[in-house]
Design a protein around this ligand. Structure first.
Ligand code: PEP
Ligand code: MG
Length: 596
């Protein structure tokens, strides 16, 4: 048992508070023995390797069956990952390389696997991108499974944790996460490694189990049975809390749950203001698995599906069929509600395997639509899949990072060509509504002209603020300058909303600014028609909208535009929001956290 209290800070990967007892899942790296084989040991060693591959495959098949038997949200993502792992067991790069090392270098099977895994991982671009880290982790999982089977060690989680346990692991395989989540309601996940986009984090978020990752050394600090507090909202973990801390967090957890339940009471009601203005509240998703959570929170549409994750999840480009199946799934799950799917925003520092290129200034470089137009085959394959999938629901197609008319027309040209090509193949359907992201000042400034050529706008404030104020959105040093209510941003937002209204096209907002309850009145005042955000942010924004008057929003915007400094504009908004919605503003996104 750990003595005393230890507080660790990691990455809050899934919000909420859990208090429970530590249940370690041993995921320590296996020690791989190295041995030189005698001439007559080669054939038996090849046979040992073959048997270990067979056992590994059978184990994965068993895990897969358990996952599908308890089919729930997220299961298909998991079965897909398990299938990839099974394919890796048959991958020539692995099998032939191990055979070669056993035969030619007379190395034992365990060490040969270790060497082969290292070689395969080297084939993935050696960069710090977390998606590639995940893919390299998959190869590690598979290699480790075979080695453990060669050594006769335990491979999968065998003993299941009690309900509410805090799962503590160095890292979890997707198979572990799937099993733990589908067979028991665990309290939380905490891991030494991982990132916000690692599979554990995604599945935890989708199933609304708190998680903190990247804690560094929690596995060495917490013992089985220790009490642990997990604050997935703040990314804090406390091992061996004092009675006072436990009481504080119990109370915070209760507040969080009561607050969640309370907010969800209006889930089915529309986001209509007291003076009758309705704004659609939609969700941003990156994976199809997030759809149930979005619907549970009252999402009325998908306002932004960031499709680049389809490319970043695998070590090769997705096929047209893979695109199609994925879009079809989301469209069908939402139907008859609309789904806005954005064509891939890859480029700069987000590139799929094999297409890695170094760029000095990635945010300003070949990204999003620029990259799509430079890689027409990739772009066409996605567009073909989107048009084919459009018959399964209400698709709205959106291009990212449009900087001007010529670029928009070029993208539309490719889309028209693809439509004609499909029509020649017998698929003759009208195009879905086509919109663009407004996330560059150049686009915002000519929004009136762009509005004549598209069916809708969606304002991407994350980038719009970055490019307007000239601050890298990832750079902590200049984060203080990142002000959504800077007068320059406000003027651009107004210009875009006015242009949309005059042209009679809807204007959506899908940057993080849309999900911040403090901004709700301002956005109503600007006349934004749809706000798209993370599912869990929807209920509180809805509550504010339902208690507000659009008229007050317009008056507030007029006062803001008369001010100059961001500090003054922000104060004006905060004061107004606290005056009008005091109690609701206290329940911000950190509701339920412990002060201090
Ligand atoms: C944005 O820029 O606001 C946006 C929603 O797109 P992303 O965050 O994917 O760049
Ligand atoms: Mg963007």
């Amino acid at each position: 048992m750990a003595t005393g209290t230890t507080t660790l800070n990691g990455i809050g990967a899934s919000p909420g508070i859990a208090i429970g007892r530590c249940w370690p899942v041993d995921r320590r790296k296996v020690r791989t023995p190295k041995r030189r084989l005698g001439p007559d040991e080669i054939e038996p060693e090849l046979a040992r390797f073959r048997v270990a591959l067979e056992i590994s495959d059978r184990q994965l098949e068993e895990v897969r069956q358990k996952v599908t038997a308890t089919e729930g949200t997220g299961a298909s993502e998991h079965t897909a990952i398990i299938d990839i792992h099974r394919l890796m067991l048959k991958d020539e790069m692995l099998v032939l390389e191990v055979h070669k090392l056993i035969r030619d270098e007379r190395l034992n099977a365990e060490w040969s696997i270790k060497r082969a895994v290292r070689k395969i991982k080297g084939a993935f671009a050696a960069d710090a991108d977390e998606y590639f880290k995940e893919r390299r982790a998959d190869v590690d999982y598979v290699g480790e499974r075979i080695i453990k089977n060669l050594l006769g060690q335990q491979v999968d989680v065998e003993e299941l944790p009690p309900e509410g346990a805090i799962i503590v692991a160095h890292d979890l395989t997707p198979a572990d996460t799937a099993l733990l989540l589908h067979e028991r309601k665990v309290g939380a996940f905490v891991t030494d490694s991982g990132a916000k986009t690692s599979h554990t984090a995604i599945v935890a978020r989708a199933l609304e189990v708190p998680a903190v990752v990247a804690l560094g050394r929690i596995t060495t600090l917490a013992d089985k049975g220790d009490w642990i507090i997990v604050d997935g909202t703040q990314g804090v973990v406390i091992i061996g809390p004092t009675p006072a801390e436990r009481a504080d967090y119990e109370a915070a957890r209760e507040r969080f749950l009561v607050h969640e339940r309370e907010l969800l009471r209006t889930r089915e009601l529309p986001a209509t203001t007291l003076d009758g203005a309705t704004v659609k509240l939609a969700g941003n998703i990156e994976f199809a698995e997030e759809v149930p959570s979005l619907l549970n929170h009252g999402g009325e549409a998908v306002g932004l599906y960031r499709t680049e994750f389809l490319y970043l999840q695998r070590d090769r480009l997705p096929t047209e069929e893979e695109h199609y199946q994925d879009y079809r799934r989301v469209l069908e799950a939402l139907a008859p509600r609309p789904v806005t799917i954005r064509t891939f925003d890859l480029g700069g520092d987000k590139l799929p395997a094999g297409l890695k290129a170094h760029a000095e200034n990635p945010a300003m470089g070949l990204r999003a639509i620029r990259y799509c137009l430079r890689q027409p085959d990739m772009f066409r394959s996605q567009l073909r899949a989107l048009l084919r999938a459009s018959v399964h629901g209400r698709l709205r197609l959106m291009f990212p990072m449009i900087s001007g008319i010529a670029e928009l027309r070029a993208a539309r040209q490719v889309l028209n060509d693809v439509r004609d090509e499909l029509a020649r193949e017998g698929f003759d359907h009208p195009l879905p509504p086509v919109g663009i992201m407004i996330e560059l000042p150049s686009a915002a400034l000519i929004a009136d002209r762009l509005a004549r050529e598209v069916d809708f706008f969606s304002i991407g404030t994350n980038d719009l603020i970055q490019y307007t104020i000239g601050i890298d959105r990832q750079n902590k040093d200049v984060a203080y300058l990142y002000r959504p209510l800077h007068l320059s941003v406000l003027r651009l937002l107004k210009q875009v909303c006015d242009a949309g209204r005059e042209a009679g096209i809807p204007v959506s907002m899908c940057g993080e600014m849309a999900g911040e309850p403090l901004n709700a009145l301002v956005l109503l005042g600007l006349g934004v028609n749809e706000l798209s955000m993370n599912g869990p942010s929807i209920p509180l924004v809805k509550r504010v909208v339902r208690a507000a008057r659009a008229e007050d929003g317009r008056a507030l915007v007029a006062r803001m535009l008369a001010l100059t400094q961001a500090d003054d504009i922000e104060r004006e908004v905060r004061d107004e929001m606290i005056r009008r919605f005091g109690a609701l503003m206290e329940h911000d996104s950190r509701a339920g956290s412990v002060p201090g």
